[in-house]
Ligand binder design. Structure first.
Ligand SMILES: NC(=O)c1ccc[n+]([C@@H]2O[C@H](COP(=O)([O-])OP(=O)(O)OC[C@H]3O[C@@H](n4cnc5c(N)ncnc54)[C@H](O)[C@@H]3O)[C@@H](O)[C@H]2O)c1
Length: 428
């Protein structure tokens, strides 16, 4: 039973239960995202942060200060090189470790965490290669420690309402989903903000775009779609094919901002401006996934789902349900459906959650992760989801490299998808 009473300095306290031992969480990587997650974990209440690791001493200090300001003991800092996190995960006063460093560090950090007997939570994507996806699965199975990708879009209010509608059969039998990470982040690929890096210089994220070509950020859309389609729980991804457009956006951006002679205006970027992948599932459903972080455009995750009785469109924020929508073949607003099918988590924590990032979804995912750690249960997003959603990244790269060949999707559950129960996003 939760007691929603004590408030800490951030104005929230979902876990402020009296008498229970606090959940002890370590952090690795406290840049922009890690700091926001740290604030979220502190805001839940009932948690403590004994240790933090970041190779950037200013970031580490900022995070330590943040914890100290809550009245808690200053966390021990680890900043002695890129593998100093190994010392943090080995501590015996941690129950869980959250990592939010650059992409290539997510698997090594999660694997070390699980091997040290702690719950692992990792930022997105969890892995960069198929071998890393398998390593996460193998280590989680061997150690019995969960590994949850922090896919906050799964906890968006509309995503959970649509999940409830699907479960109640409103959209009929599903045939197709469409999703995308379409977000203009050029300013984080080539720094625009002097506070984050020298303007015009390439970031770690930009270097991935220079060297790779595929869908490099698939999990925001494929996470919720995976839940809607019961992936790893009654169905599974079987095939993927991917195609990228030409690459011109980052050169054009750099030339416009810093001049045609700037070295990053002349750099070769492998990443095509728009990547499209198609995925097929065992039960014959299809998914179209877009990846575009280079083009000037409004943010849009698409999140469209089609069934035999209706369709929902996240972009339009509209729905059409045959036999229920008032006008034939005419969209109706989603708002009344949102109200009718709102998830209990949102009904309970909505106003509290909305004080945190991504419209409150960050609160929901952290709440579910910490609850699982506290209760020593499996995390709602488990290692099979973590691996399957992240696997789109390496598979799409390989498909593009091979002239858009269709590739087999590994079954990370090793057949267990046939009998695993549909996901339970968690309750209050
Ligand atoms: N889920 C979301 O909505 C969301 C939003 C933003 C970012 N992210 C993800 O969060 C992660 C971090 O992104 P960011 O924008 O905060 O990047 P960032 O560059 O601001 O922060 C990364 C931090 O990791 C530290 N770091 C790098 N290597 C390290 C190592 N070996 N050991 C310890 N610390 C190390 C850096 O010093 C930096 O402080 C990325 O994976 C990104 O994709 C997710």
């Amino acid at each position: 039973m939760l007691i929603l009473s004590r408030r800490n300095f951030l104005g929230s306290a979902a876990f402020a239960q009296s008498g229970e031992r606090k959940v002890r969480v370590g952090f690795i990587g406290v840049g922009s995202r890690g700091t926001s997650l740290l604030r979220g974990v502190l805001a839940l209440g009932g948690t403590e942060v004994p240790a933090i690791c970041d190779i950037n001493e200013a970031h580490l200090k900022r995070a330590q200060d943040l914890v100290e300001k809550t009245g808690a003991k200053r966390p021990q800092g680890y900043a002695a090189g890129p593998e100093d996190f190994l010392k943090l995960v080995a501590r015996d006063d941690l129950d869980a470790v959250i990592n939010a460093g650059p992409w290539e560090w997510h698997t090594p950090m999660s694997v070390a965490t699980m091997k040290a007997g702690k719950y692992a939570a990792t930022e997105v994507p969890a892995a960069m290669t198929i071998e890393e996806c398998w390593e996460l699965v193998d280590v989680s199975e061997k150690t019995g420690m969960p590994c949850m990708i922090l896919e906050n879009v799964c906890y968006f209010r509309n995503v959970l309402a649509v999940l409830a509608m699907i479960r109640q059969g409103l959209l009929g039998s599903l045939s197709h989903c469409e999703g995308g990470y379409q977000h203009d982040v050029r300013g984080a690929l080539l720094w625009r903000d002097p506070a984050r890096g020298t303007p015009g210089e390439i970031s770690w994220r930009g270097l991935h775009m220079a060297g790779k070509n595929g869908n490099l950020y698939p999990t925001h859309p494929i996470g919720p779609i995976g839940w809607w389609l019961d992936i790893n729980r009654g169905d599974r991804f079987t095939k993927l094919v991917s195609m990228s457009s030409l690459s011109q956006g980052l050169n054009d951006y750099a030339a416009t901002k810093w001049g045609a002679d700037h070295h990053n205006a002349k750099r070769v970027y492998n990443q095509g401006d728009v990547n499209v992948s198609l995925i097929r599932t065992e039960r014959g459903r299809t998914v179209t996934l877009y990846f575009d972080t280079i083009s000037p455009r409004p943010y849009d995750l698409i999140l469209r789902v089609q069934g035999t009785r209706g369709i929902y469109s996240g972009t339009l924020d509209k729905i059409y349900v045959e036999g229920r929508s008032p006008k034939r073949e005419d969209w109706e607003p989603f708002a009344p459906y949102q109200k009718e099918f709102d998830h209990p988590l949102w009904k309970t924590f909505g106003p509290e959650a909305m004080k945190q990032g991504h419209g409150g979804a960050d609160f929901m995912e952290l709440y579910q992760f910490i609850k699982a750690v506290r209760n020593k249960t499996q995390t709602p997003i488990d290692v099979y989801d973590t691996a399957a959603w992240s696997a789109v990244l390496p598979l799409s790269i390989r498909s593009v490299e091979r002239g858009s060949d269709p590739l087999e999707f590994p079954d990370f559950t090793r057949g267990k998808w046939r009998t695993r129960k549909p996901v339970d996003p968690g309750d209050v």
